[in-house]
Design a protein around this ligand. Sequence first.
Ligand SMILES: [Zn+2]
Length: 324
Amino acid sequence: MVLMYHRIAEPTSDIWEIAVSPAHFEAQLQILKRVGTVVPLRELAEGVKNKRLKNNHIAITFDDGYADNYLTAKPILEKHGLPATFFVSTGNIGKEKEFWWDELERLLLYSAVLPAKLEIKVGNTLVSGALEEEVELSGDSEKTHQKWNACLETPPTGRAHLFFQLWQALKPLPYPQQEASLQIIREWAGNTAPYSRPDFISMSTQQLRELASHELFDIGAHTVNHPALAYHPKTHQEQEIAQNKKDLQKLTGQTIDLLAYPYGNFNEGTVKVAEGLEFKAAVTTETQVITKDSDPYRLGRVQVPNWAPEQFKFQLKKAWGLVN
Ligand SMILES: [Zn+2]
């Protein structure tokens, strides 16, 4: 089984449920040590290829390259001597820049004041809406946004509805178009001064190098700009993955041969690109337990939300088939 984490942090807003608190993360690791054997993803992928897989083997992975992976996850993993693989999008490494989805969330859900109307063409989609009584962010709306789970719940406010429409329109676009649309949204929101929340930025090059040189940790590819690959032609997919691999190899001095598809979005062409670029394995975001018959370029993962120890144990046993 491969576990998927993104952030070890306690942000005030986490609409995609990708942050696990440091205390819960440590408790989860202690449980993993009891119920199975935590191995590097590389080893588990080799087990799939050789058809020699132990079903209590668990691999820990992180996506995106948030700075908290280095600052918070690394010391906890070290304390327990557990290996992990970090899939890193290199576009924001060493830059004080938030990912587009985080910035969009900040602008739409948390700006104190927004204009009453929005009408903007994002790619081929016209996104329009009126905020009416939500122009000023009320304390109640702010709390509602902080509690919103965008994976499971429909947008609870007008601002959240507009946010979600923009998010859907931005996700399939190539990076330059995303950035151009985001600039129009920044101008609309009256928020063009360069600003990034320090706890939402990616690792520095030094942090990434240090992580890579540690014997417990592996670095994997996750594209340069985190595109939803299946929406793009094969040449663009190849460019995003090859450049990311090259940049990571240069930064770390290591061979990068594990890949995670951003958003778990990929198609047949992506798998061909991964094989052509000599990746040994690639992971998706589909909830599947790995067996010896799994496809090494479509290895499923289980996303771990901010579960308390009891919930985590319950999921491991009942849903994922790992029995204590
Ligand atoms: Zn990602």
